[in-house]
Write a protein that binds this ligand. Structure first.
Ligand code: NAD
Length: 485
């Protein structure tokens, strides 16, 4: 069983410390029980962490290492997480609600980022630019310095890992602001940094309220780059803060992503994708398949099959769901569950029909919602426009390809999209027209750490993952030399 200390501190400049803003109770959303209390940082704590990171950076203790050595440290952090996968995954399940096997997948996913970006530390190379006789011109890619990273609760480990590993591989020092609803498991990144021998101050991990610690971090003049993953509303306020300090920002925001299912699609494979697309992590995934747009000729059959699959998922405490299988855990909080449930009720009043779900399971009092499938959803209904961030799928129908694309593109978001067909030309036409940072053809979530990820429209800007992300963590300097003969 995982170590469940009563009190969890912040990690600043190599020390575990209390916070100036007191404590927050961290609860298990499956049972409502308080698990532990977490220290909350205030603006002074934030300043302390930023100054420590700044000092490491200016002293070149980390950025000045030979990249291969820095890369090995980054990789060691990932291995450390894997060595502690049992403790970390139990803790994550208890504080976040997901099934234990999903939490294990998340720890492995987090470790994979450190492997991937650790490997790439020594590949960030500049180029030489010919300027004719008498000149030697070249570029170097330098770390920004202090990278501030603000993390959401849905994937606290994977989201932290993807930004932290890329920032460290490129030589930045990092201040992580963990989510106040699920902060405990992120303490393991501080332990991993210590175990891997990173210089003190290169990684600080602090929790705090968004409006207090998060806002102080985003506005801090000592921060050189911000990575924010979370909601559009918070992302907008962070972008405003970053505009004041003229600091580059990566915004990874929400989504309302759609899968287009053509009449020739393989429905067996697709129904399996729906299981992962909208019910994994109880639908609390930014790139969830929250809408299915299906050709009218397959509509009724598909709704029936999805409802059957969704109705068969067992819903209950994640800690009892240790093995990979057809099951789902709690949502993050009663508040999130109630919001999702009321959006379903509202959609039904607006004319949508319920194929399955829509209610809480009778045998559990925690933050549970049964896997829910709505059909007869119109593209302009609130349920088809706003992110729910829960296990709720809306099924819409189309009769011609252009209408399907228009519906898919008809929200302010643009994170991912999918098209299901055996016709490659049709798939490629759709891929070109979908306004999304990533398009899946015949498999939702195809790809991995290696494939760039990020939004169009209100889903944000900048890219995480893949080679593209590395370039978001460095700035280019051109050095032009006039040679004298
Ligand atoms: P949120 O915006 O409420 O909070 C995210 C983080 O921002 C938390 O750490 C919070 O404390 C902090 N925060 C809140 N207010 C702040 C402020 N004024 N200044 C600075 N920081 C502040 O989001 P959430 O509810 O934790 O997460 C859910 C959202 O995240 C969803 O919209 C989801 O789509 C999005 N998300 C996006 C991705 C992606 O990669 N695109 C991944 C995961 C989650």
């Amino acid at each position: 069983m995982t170590e469940l200390k009563e009190t969890w501190q912040n990690y600043i400049d190599g020390e575990w410390v209390d916070g100036g803003a007191g404590w927050i109770d961290v609860t298990d959303p499956a049972s409502g029980k308080v698990l532990a209390r977490q220290a909350l940082a205030d603006a002074r704590d934030v300043d302390h962490a930023v100054q420590a990171a700044r000092q490491v950076h200016l002293a070149g203790e980390f950025s000045g290492l030979r990249p291969v050595d820095r890369g090995r440290m980054v990789q060691a952090m990932g291995r450390y997480l894997l060595e502690h996968v049992d403790e970390i995954s139990e803790l994550l399940t208890l504080e976040q609600g997901k099934p234990l096997w999903e939490a294990r997948v998340e720890v492995h996913g987090a470790a994979r980022y450190f492997e991937y970006y650790g490997n790439q530390a020594e590949t960030v190379e500049g180029r030489s630019i010919p300027l004719g006789a008498g000149y030697f011109d070249f570029t170097v890619h330098e770390p920004f310095g202090v990278s501030a990273q603000i993390i959401p609760w849905n994937y606290p480990l994977e989201v932290t890992a993807r930004s932290l590993s890329a920032a460290l591989a490129t030589g930045n020092a990092v201040v992580v602001k963990s989510p106040e609803l699920a902060p405990l498991s992120t303490a393991w990144f501080a332990r991993a940094a210590e175990a891997a021998g990173l210089p003190t101050g290169a990684v600080s991990v602090i929790c705090g309220y968004g409006r207090e610690a998060g806002a102080a971090l985003a506005a801090h003049p000592g921060v050189n780059q911000i990575v924010f993953t979370g909601s559009v509303a918070t992302g907008t306020s962070i972008a405003k803060a970053a505009a004041n300090t003229v600091v580059p920002t990566i915004l990874e925001l929400g989504g309302k992503s759609a899968a287009i299912v053509h009449s020739d699609a393989d429905l067996d494979a697709f129904v399996n994708d729906v299981r992962w697309g909208i019910f994994y992590n109880a639908g609390q995934v930014c790139s969830a398949m929250s809408r299915v747009i299906v050709h009218e000729s397959r509509h009724d059959e598909l709704v029936e099959r999805i409802a059957e699959m969704a109705g068969a998922l067992s819903v209950g405490p994640g800690i009892d769901r240790r093995d990979y299988g057809p099951n789902m855990g709690a949502m993050i909080s009663l508040q999130q569950r109630d919001r999702a449930e009321s959006m379903v009720t509202e959609a039904i009043s607006a004319g949508a029909n319920l194929a399955t779900g829509g209610q809480r399971p009778k045998d559990h009092s925690g933050a549970f919602l049964r896997p829910t499938v709505l059909f007869d959803v119109a593209p302009d209904m609130k349920i088809a426009q706003e992110e729910i961030f829960g296990p709720v799928l809306s099924v819409l129908r189309f009769s011609d390809d252009d209408t399907a694309i228009d519906i898919a593109n008809g929200t302010p978001y643009g994170l991912v999209g999918g098209v299901y067909t055996r016709d490659l030309d049709r798939a490629m036409r759709a891929a070109a027209k979908l306004r999304a940072g990533q398009v899946f053809v015949n498999e939702w979530y195809a790809g991995g750490v290696e494939t760039p990820f990020g939004g169009y429209g209100k889903s944000g800007y900048g890219r995480e993952k893949g080679r593209e992300a590395l370039m978001n963590y460095v700035q280019t300097k051109n050095i032009a030399v006039r040679l004298r003969s």
